[in-house]
Design a protein around this ligand. Structure first.
Ligand SMILES: [Zn+2]
Length: 82
């Protein structure tokens, strides 16, 4: 497990898909973030609302589009992050 964690820290591409936590906040409104967009100049965090709003503009230039909006669905299985 320690080996995996150090790999994530040393590898930005792996960090781009690290699960989002309750401490990650939307860059537009400060709500809990459910989408992380990695673009050449950095990364952006968005709530479900703002991810949808900016998707058309950002998706084409995004290096990764890490989307956890499925967690917003009341029928989705519970995701526990310690
Ligand atoms: Zn937002």
């Amino acid at each position: 497990m320690t080996e995996l964690q150090s790999t994530l820290v040393d590898n930005p591409a792996a960090q781009a898909t690290t699960p989002l936590s309750a401490g990650d906040r939307c860059d537009s409104c400060g709500a809990q973030a459910y989408v992380r967009v990695t673009i050449p100049s950095g990364s952006l965090l968005f709530c479900g609302h703002h991810a949808a709003k900016h998707k058309d503009q950002l998706f084409a230039q995004a290096l990764t589009w890490h989307d956890e909006t499925f967690r917003l669905s009341p029928t989705a299985p519970e995701v526990t992050i310690d």
